[in-house]
Design a protein around this ligand. Structure first.
Ligand SMILES: [Zn+2]
Length: 276
């Protein structure tokens, strides 16, 4: 059972949420909030109106979800379930405002949880840059490599990133694309012994390099170009059935050669700098 902030008989302060959503009340403890936040500590050192008769109420501008998440980060109870960066961002803003160090360190880690990062790495980058979280900024930058960062960002995300930090990301993508494209020329598949198979592999390779160069200029990651999904249409367009040479061990062998090449290429691309 998650802790219920409505049912807390020892509470000596009621935090009342604001925002657009319905107002909610959370019964909390001044001593705990004062330890967690110097802002609350100062607030509670002032006389609380009505404290003699009933539990005083403290009005906050944050909405109910944000207040609850913040309390779950402060109290020794099950942590908040923040399923998206849209949910995390206002909690981080509030943790900054109330200077809640314990919440900040937990939120910084949550910001770079793979499941949240994969959903929207650019938004994670924007949030990290906003608060100057250099380490999280670097981690998020690596996850943006699978994104077309020129065409895909929404206006909201772009507005949240300073020009300098967006430029930093663009240069990172550009350098990574150039590095990966150079590898297309440096690494080549082994030639099959059979001359007919070799001719196929050469044709695949020409077409693969052409398509991979374009793809890497937009998304400079090995994840897409080194996948069999990327290779399949190239093979399908050129493959003319099994090899007919008598001396040849046939069919799949040349694809095996190519798969091996893709793994080597993947390893080499993955060794390029992978964060800003
Ligand atoms: Zn052959």
């Amino acid at each position: 059972m998650p802790h219920d902030f409505n049912n807390s008989p020892t509470a000596d302060i009621i935090l009342r949420s604001g925002g657009q959503k319905a107002v909610a009340e959370f019964r909390a403890h001044r001593a705990i909030l004062s330890i967690a936040s110097p802002v609350f500590e100062t607030m509670f050192s002032l006389p609380q109106p009505g404290a003699e008769k009933s539990t005083p109420v403290c009005d906050l501008s944050e909405d109910a979800n944000t207040v609850e998440a913040l309390l779950r980060l402060i109290y020794p109870v099950e942590g908040p379930n923040l399923r998206s960066l849209d949910e995390l961002a206002p909690v981080l803003d509030a943790a900054m405002k109330y200077e809640i160090a314990v919440a900040l360190s937990r939120l910084r880690k949550m910001l770079v949880q793979p499941d949240l990062l994969e959903k929207d790495p650019l938004q994670a980058y924007a949030i990290a840059t906003r608060w100057g979280f250099e380490e999280q900024m670097k981690t998020a930058s690596g996850y943006t490599l699978g994104l077309d960062i020129i065409n895909s960002p929404t206006a909201d995300t772009l507005n949240a990133i300073s020009t300098a930090n967006y430029r930093r990301l663009l240069i990172f993508h550009l350098e990574r694309a150039q590095g990966a494209q150079r590898l297309l020329d440096d690494v080549a598949p082994r030639n099959p012994v059979c001359s007919a198979c070799r001719a196929y592999v050469e044709k695949w390779h020409e077409e693969f390099k052409r398509k991979a160069r374009d793809e890497l200029s937009v998304r400079p990651t090995s994840k897409i170009v080194c996948s069999l999904d990327f290779l399949a249409p190239i093979v399908d367009a050129i493959e003319g059935g099994e090899c007919t040479m008598n001396s040849c061990r046939r069919g799949g062998r040349k694809l095996e050669t190519y798969r091996f090449y893709l793994e080597v290429l993947r390893t080499r691309i993955d060794m390029l700098p992978n964060t800003i």
